[in-house]
Write a protein of this length. Structure first.
Ligand SMILES: CC(C)(COP(=O)(O)OP(=O)(O)OC[C@H]1O[C@@H](n2cnc3c(N)ncnc32)[C@H](O)[C@@H]1OP(=O)(O)O)[C@@H](O)C(=O)NCCC(=O)NCCS
Length: 160
């Protein structure tokens, strides 16, 4: 299911996955109030996926989620995560395929995301057609206060 409309059950599922998926040392996870506030906005969309890569009828069965922000002609993946126990089984890839398809349906020509430069998720993005297009110096503040660059990736949605 899409979590747009944002039921409490969908936010519960997002927070369950968020808390399990993000290592606190990177300071990337959002709290419940940040998620709920973001999803009130009409141009911000959440998606949940189950282990079989399809939309679960019950949000409690979701193992992955993503939140995107839409702007005219382009969309940005704000967060994407899969529970540790469900990784390397194609859920992340399925989420990206779904986000790209939904962005195309909304008329977007580009899909962006920002990633801390040492995130192994880079291979997921590059194997799905994203290319690095920029670097933001010291963009992330890590849990210990240190800084790390962000790499901006872009996917051309008009290419296929
Ligand atoms: C990034 C993340 C969403 C990937 O989810 P996933 O369901 O494991 O991804 P998939 O199984 O679809 O991976 C598809 C391919 O991407 C690559 N890949 C995915 N995770 C990888 C990793 N940690 N290291 C190296 N390659 C990786 C591989 O090529 C993989 O194919 P393979 O398993 O056949 O080798 C997940 O690791 C995660 O939640 N990480 C923590 C949160 C995070 O950092 N999110 C991104 C920044 S917001």
């Amino acid at each position: 299911m899409s979590a747009d409309g944002v039921s409490e059950a969908a936010i519960d599922a997002i927070m369950r996955i968020m808390d399990a998926a993000f290592d606190p040392q990177w300071g990337e996870a959002w709290n419940r109030s940040q998620v709920a506030s973001a999803l009130i906005l009409s141009h911000t969309h959440a998606s949940l996926l189950g282990l079989d890569g399809t939309l679960p009828a019950d949000p409690a069965d979701a193992v992955g989620f993503a939140i995107v922000r839409a702007a005219p002609g382009e969309e940005e993946i704000l967060l994407i995560a899969v529970e540790p126990g469900a990784r390397r089984r194609g859920v992340g890839r399925a989420l990206i395929a779904m986000l790209a398809a939904n962005a195309r349906l909304r008329g977007a020509e580009r899909l962006f995301l920002e990633m801390r430069e040492n995130n192994p998720a880079r291979s997921l993005y590059e194997s799905n057609g994203f290319a690095p297009i920029g670097r933001r110096k010291n963009y992330y503040r890590l849990g210990d206060g240190a800084r790390m660059d962000a790499i901006t990736f872009g996917l051309d949605l008009t290419a296929e």
